[in-house]
Design a binder for this molecule. Structure first.
Ligand code: ZN
Length: 189
Protein backbone atom coordinates (compact mmCIF):
# COMPACT_ATOMS: atom_id res chain seq x y z
CA UNK A 1 0.00 0.00 0.00
CA UNK A 2 1.48 3.38 -0.94
CA UNK A 3 1.87 5.74 1.98
CA UNK A 4 0.55 9.25 1.72
CA UNK A 5 3.22 11.80 2.19
CA UNK A 6 2.71 15.36 3.23
CA UNK A 7 3.51 17.85 0.51
CA UNK A 8 3.63 20.79 2.89
CA UNK A 9 6.85 22.71 2.63
CA UNK A 10 5.93 25.93 4.40
CA UNK A 11 5.13 24.36 7.78
CA UNK A 12 8.35 25.25 9.54
CA UNK A 13 8.63 28.77 8.21
CA UNK A 14 5.08 29.81 9.06
CA UNK A 15 5.40 28.34 12.54
CA UNK A 16 8.48 30.43 13.22
CA UNK A 17 6.77 33.58 11.97
CA UNK A 18 3.57 33.17 13.89
CA UNK A 19 5.08 31.64 17.06
CA UNK A 20 1.82 29.85 17.67
CA UNK A 21 1.70 27.16 20.33
CA UNK A 22 2.63 23.82 18.77
CA UNK A 23 -0.37 21.98 17.45
CA UNK A 24 -0.29 18.28 18.31
CA UNK A 25 0.40 16.25 15.20
CA UNK A 26 -2.09 13.44 14.75
CA UNK A 27 -0.54 10.03 15.28
CA UNK A 28 0.37 8.03 12.21
CA UNK A 29 -1.15 4.63 11.49
CA UNK A 30 2.01 2.91 12.75
CA UNK A 31 2.08 5.00 15.92
CA UNK A 32 -1.58 4.24 16.57
CA UNK A 33 -0.94 0.52 16.18
CA UNK A 34 1.75 0.80 18.84
CA UNK A 35 -0.66 2.68 21.09
CA UNK A 36 -3.28 -0.04 20.72
CA UNK A 37 -0.60 -2.62 21.59
CA UNK A 38 0.32 -0.61 24.67
CA UNK A 39 -3.19 -0.01 26.04
CA UNK A 40 -4.62 -3.35 24.98
CA UNK A 41 -1.66 -5.06 26.67
CA UNK A 42 -2.25 -3.11 29.85
CA UNK A 43 -5.98 -3.82 29.84
CA UNK A 44 -5.39 -7.56 29.40
CA UNK A 45 -2.90 -7.70 32.26
CA UNK A 46 -4.70 -5.31 34.62
CA UNK A 47 -7.97 -7.15 34.08
CA UNK A 48 -6.32 -10.37 35.27
CA UNK A 49 -4.80 -8.73 38.35
CA UNK A 50 -6.08 -9.50 41.84
CA UNK A 51 -6.40 -6.78 44.48
CA UNK A 52 -2.66 -7.06 45.19
CA UNK A 53 -1.83 -6.48 41.53
CA UNK A 54 -0.79 -10.10 40.90
CA UNK A 55 -1.89 -12.55 38.23
CA UNK A 56 -0.89 -16.00 37.07
CA UNK A 57 1.09 -16.68 33.92
CA UNK A 58 -1.30 -18.35 31.49
CA UNK A 59 1.18 -21.04 30.50
CA UNK A 60 3.11 -21.93 33.67
CA UNK A 61 0.79 -20.70 36.40
CA UNK A 62 3.47 -18.75 38.28
CA UNK A 63 2.14 -15.74 40.12
CA UNK A 64 3.73 -12.42 39.28
CA UNK A 65 2.93 -8.79 39.78
CA UNK A 66 1.29 -7.69 36.51
CA UNK A 67 4.14 -5.23 36.01
CA UNK A 68 6.25 -8.31 35.30
CA UNK A 69 3.81 -10.01 32.97
CA UNK A 70 3.62 -9.59 29.21
CA UNK A 71 0.59 -9.79 26.96
CA UNK A 72 1.50 -13.15 25.38
CA UNK A 73 0.15 -14.25 22.01
CA UNK A 74 -0.90 -17.76 20.99
CA UNK A 75 -1.14 -17.00 17.24
CA UNK A 76 1.68 -14.59 16.47
CA UNK A 77 0.96 -10.88 16.82
CA UNK A 78 1.88 -10.40 13.17
CA UNK A 79 -1.57 -11.81 12.35
CA UNK A 80 -3.67 -8.68 12.53
CA UNK A 81 -7.01 -10.50 12.75
CA UNK A 82 -6.11 -11.86 16.18
CA UNK A 83 -3.50 -9.36 17.37
CA UNK A 84 -6.03 -7.74 19.74
CA UNK A 85 -8.31 -10.73 20.11
CA UNK A 86 -10.53 -10.19 23.11
CA UNK A 87 -13.23 -12.59 24.26
CA UNK A 88 -15.52 -12.39 27.23
CA UNK A 89 -15.11 -16.05 28.12
CA UNK A 90 -11.50 -15.43 29.10
CA UNK A 91 -9.83 -17.68 26.52
CA UNK A 92 -8.50 -15.36 23.85
CA UNK A 93 -5.40 -15.15 21.73
CA UNK A 94 -3.71 -12.76 24.13
CA UNK A 95 -3.24 -13.73 27.75
CA UNK A 96 -0.92 -12.57 30.54
CA UNK A 97 2.34 -14.47 30.38
CA UNK A 98 5.52 -14.40 32.39
CA UNK A 99 8.58 -13.12 30.62
CA UNK A 100 10.29 -16.50 30.71
CA UNK A 101 7.40 -18.24 28.97
CA UNK A 102 6.83 -15.39 26.54
CA UNK A 103 10.41 -15.02 25.35
CA UNK A 104 12.34 -18.16 26.10
CA UNK A 105 10.16 -21.04 25.20
CA UNK A 106 8.51 -19.97 21.94
CA UNK A 107 5.69 -18.62 24.01
CA UNK A 108 5.05 -22.17 25.24
CA UNK A 109 2.53 -22.34 22.44
CA UNK A 110 1.54 -25.90 23.07
CA UNK A 111 0.59 -25.23 26.68
CA UNK A 112 -1.05 -22.00 25.62
CA UNK A 113 -3.34 -23.85 23.22
CA UNK A 114 -4.03 -26.66 25.62
CA UNK A 115 -5.18 -24.23 28.29
CA UNK A 116 -7.39 -22.40 25.77
CA UNK A 117 -9.03 -25.72 24.96
CA UNK A 118 -9.52 -26.46 28.64
CA UNK A 119 -11.60 -23.31 28.94
CA UNK A 120 -13.45 -23.66 25.62
CA UNK A 121 -13.09 -26.87 23.68
CA UNK A 122 -11.72 -26.21 20.18
CA UNK A 123 -10.71 -22.64 20.93
CA UNK A 124 -7.04 -23.09 19.96
CA UNK A 125 -7.93 -24.25 16.46
CA UNK A 126 -10.60 -21.57 16.13
CA UNK A 127 -8.04 -18.88 16.91
CA UNK A 128 -5.45 -20.34 14.55
CA UNK A 129 -8.01 -20.28 11.71
CA UNK A 130 -9.15 -16.76 12.59
CA UNK A 131 -5.53 -15.60 12.57
CA UNK A 132 -5.18 -16.49 8.88
CA UNK A 133 -7.95 -14.17 7.77
CA UNK A 134 -6.78 -10.88 6.31
CA UNK A 135 -7.63 -7.90 8.47
CA UNK A 136 -6.64 -4.27 8.23
CA UNK A 137 -7.53 -1.36 10.46
CA UNK A 138 -8.25 2.20 9.50
CA UNK A 139 -6.96 5.10 11.54
CA UNK A 140 -10.39 5.83 13.04
CA UNK A 141 -10.79 2.24 14.15
CA UNK A 142 -7.32 2.22 15.72
CA UNK A 143 -8.19 5.41 17.61
CA UNK A 144 -11.35 3.77 18.92
CA UNK A 145 -9.33 0.79 20.13
CA UNK A 146 -6.83 3.03 21.89
CA UNK A 147 -9.67 4.87 23.65
CA UNK A 148 -11.51 1.71 24.58
CA UNK A 149 -8.51 0.00 26.17
CA UNK A 150 -7.16 3.15 27.77
CA UNK A 151 -10.49 3.57 29.54
CA UNK A 152 -10.48 -0.06 30.65
CA UNK A 153 -6.85 -0.04 31.82
CA UNK A 154 -7.40 3.13 33.82
CA UNK A 155 -10.61 1.78 35.35
CA UNK A 156 -8.78 -1.39 36.41
CA UNK A 157 -6.00 0.71 37.87
CA UNK A 158 -8.48 2.82 39.81
CA UNK A 159 -10.20 -0.30 41.17
CA UNK A 160 -6.90 -2.05 42.02
CA UNK A 161 -4.30 0.61 42.87
CA UNK A 162 -1.72 -2.08 43.77
CA UNK A 163 -1.24 -2.54 40.01
CA UNK A 164 0.85 0.63 40.05
CA UNK A 165 3.12 -0.66 42.84
CA UNK A 166 5.38 -3.09 41.08
CA UNK A 167 7.67 -4.69 43.66
CA UNK A 168 11.42 -4.42 43.15
CA UNK A 169 12.78 -7.20 40.98
CA UNK A 170 14.92 -8.66 43.75
CA UNK A 171 11.86 -9.43 45.81
CA UNK A 172 10.23 -11.54 43.17
CA UNK A 173 13.07 -13.24 41.32
CA UNK A 174 16.14 -15.33 41.67
CA UNK A 175 19.33 -13.85 40.33
CA UNK A 176 19.42 -16.18 37.31
CA UNK A 177 15.89 -15.30 36.37
CA UNK A 178 16.68 -11.62 36.67
CA UNK A 179 19.73 -11.91 34.43
CA UNK A 180 17.70 -13.72 31.79
CA UNK A 181 15.10 -10.99 31.82
CA UNK A 182 17.59 -8.20 31.59
CA UNK A 183 19.15 -9.85 28.58
CA UNK A 184 15.70 -10.22 27.07
CA UNK A 185 14.79 -6.60 27.70
CA UNK A 186 17.94 -5.47 25.93
CA UNK A 187 17.23 -7.78 23.01
CA UNK A 188 13.71 -6.43 22.78
CA UNK A 189 14.86 -2.87 22.14
ZN1 ZN B 1 5.16 -18.56 32.62
Amino acid sequence: MPKKRSTKTDGKASKQLNKKPKAKKPLTHAQLKKKVDEWFGKAIRYRAADKDGFAECWTCGTRHHVGYLHPGHFASRRHMATRWDDREDGASNVMPQCIACNLYDQGRQWYFGRRLDEVVSGRAEEIMRAAQRPRSYGVAELRQLVDRYKIEANAQLAAKPAIANRPAKGEAYSRTQRRKEEAAAEGEL
